[in-house]
Design a protein around this ligand. Sequence first.
Ligand code: SF4
Length: 195
Amino acid sequence: MRPVRFNINPKEAQANTSIGMANTPAGYSGEGFFATQLSSVVGLARKNSLWPMPFATSCCGIEFMATMASHYDLARFGAERVGFSPRQCDLLMVMGTIAKKMGPVLKQVYLQMAEPRWVLSVGACASSGGIFDTYSVLQGIDQIIPVDVYVPGCAPRPEAILDGFMKIQELVGKESIRRRNSDHYKNLLASYGIE
Ligand code: SF4
């Protein structure tokens, strides 16, 4: 029987080079003090402790499983706490073909998430309908909810999902804590019929 082999060239973990500290936000430091903007501190905390909510309907969901597993290990980014209640999550990861019948369910899940919330559209199907240019498939989830980052590919490799996740982290880290109260954001939600 063919043996199952994983990680045939294992590397020994180097704690001193593999574990790093997050970069300090811009600010002023002196003897015994460091001062920065509140939004920088909040952004730093948020971007390194995202709680993903996987909304996986088909093959891209399998890539997400690989992304969560030990080899790619999304936990390295502070996102090991995957939640299955939208009320406890702040990153909606949509992975897979979304049939039009599923659209209202996806929107309801989005609405049940508290602000601030971000959306990562993983793969061609979620982003544009993919190869399913048919009457029954939603041609992109941005028709029903706002999307922050799109990950291309069919199926995207885990590296691509990690790349999309890091783009979300960038957005989260830089977002002003007032953005969600801005007219621009309210108008965006209003364009989706969300108050
Ligand atoms: S983008 Fe490709 S891999 Fe992902 S759900 Fe669609 S068909 Fe499957």
